[in-house]
Design a protein around this ligand. Sequence first.
Ligand code: COA
Length: 408
Amino acid sequence: MRVRDLTPDDYVPYRSLTADAFGGTWEDTGPRPFDPGQTAVGIDSAGLPGGVDGVLAAGARIRHDRLALGGGVARSGGIGGLAVHPAHRGGGVFRTLLTGVIARCAEESMAVSMLYPSNPSIYRRCGYQVVARGQRLIVPLVDLQRLPPVPGRHLVPVTAATLPRLHAVYRELTAGDNGMLLREGPLFEQGMPGGGWSALLLQDEAGTDHGYLSWTRSGGEGPGLQVHEILGRTREDRLALLRSLGSWSTVVEEATLRLRTEDPVLDALPGGGARPAPGPVPLVMMRVIDTAATLEARRAPASLRGTIRLVVEDDTVPPGTCRAAGRWLLTAADGRITATPEDTDGDAAELVLGTARLDVHAASLLLVGGRTLADARRLDLGAVADPSAERFLDELLAGPRPSVLDSF
Ligand SMILES: CC(C)(COP(=O)(O)OP(=O)(O)OC[C@H]1O[C@@H](n2cnc3c(N)ncnc32)[C@H](O)[C@@H]1OP(=O)(O)O)[C@@H](O)C(=O)NCCC(=O)NCCS
């Protein structure tokens, strides 16, 4: 069973496979390239028991995303549209495909891989770890209507002309997060989203932007406003944006707010009437593909200096599938992180503060930031370290818990 890159000739068999797995209709447009910014991979049905030419036994798409990580930027393989043909299910095709996907992410020099699982346990067996969950709150707008105006701030309509300013604010205000996608082309259209999407920028008197609010006004049942994002530089800025949201209270009773993990908007909501939106909670899983690249993408805290030995063990995929497993000397100095492969215990031993050993589950949880080795142990993941190495790693990885707002 070989996992190979899909070509334009595979477009129709792949669409047929995924429409059958996930529902929906599609047209037989004949061969055509897959969308840019992604690598599609699959396994042929021919060659498997009962297999047929021109049919895919399995397929998946790998998005080429970049995401914010520890003050830096890391390359991420976003996995979507993964399906196994019903004729070939239950025979290990999934594991072969996902192992091939992980290997392909490594070939593309991706540091991590990310996905929204329909069944977390089957991805976990290949080293993916739940690191975040989507969060939506229903907020009564009458609470927001009473917020006082914020002096020195006014709102600016977002049009095709002002949209680049919104993108710039998004980049700036999520740069310190862990996991937020950079939203670059070609995977993200750079023009106005359409479909009823609207937004307002928050500006000061000198014309500097301090945040934005984006939403879609929906009709029918349920909250009449779907708020995609409220990003503000300060708490006052977030209050100014919430106050603007309150101006709909004459026509809409409630809004649904999509929030980041521990979103600072929660600290600005004035009323106690918010409640979780109904429906399933989307989980976000990540997997380390390249331990050194994931660590070196981050910035080290300015005050942190030293070297530890880091050992990562990965028994979920065959050795050499990706670069998650290994031994490194991990050094932080002058705000930079370097991870140098170490073949043996070597003579650097006296310079080393201590050793930290992580299994791939702990590494996938911890290296995307915002958690401690003790958190990993509470989940029964493999994370043991000498006290000084543990302090070093915890300080290096400190920051907000991962958040992802974009689904795929
Ligand atoms: C889910 C799916 C991808 C599994 O493919 P498969 O080739 O049948 O899976 P495999 O035979 O390789 O089994 C892989 C593991 O998953 C487990 N598994 C397979 N289907 C499962 C299911 N529906 N529920 C729970 N576990 C399942 C197997 O027991 C096996 O466990 P193991 O690694 O301990 O041996 C396939 O059923 C499918 O395409 N479903 C529809 C689309 C879908 O759900 N895609 C995933 C979107 S995120």
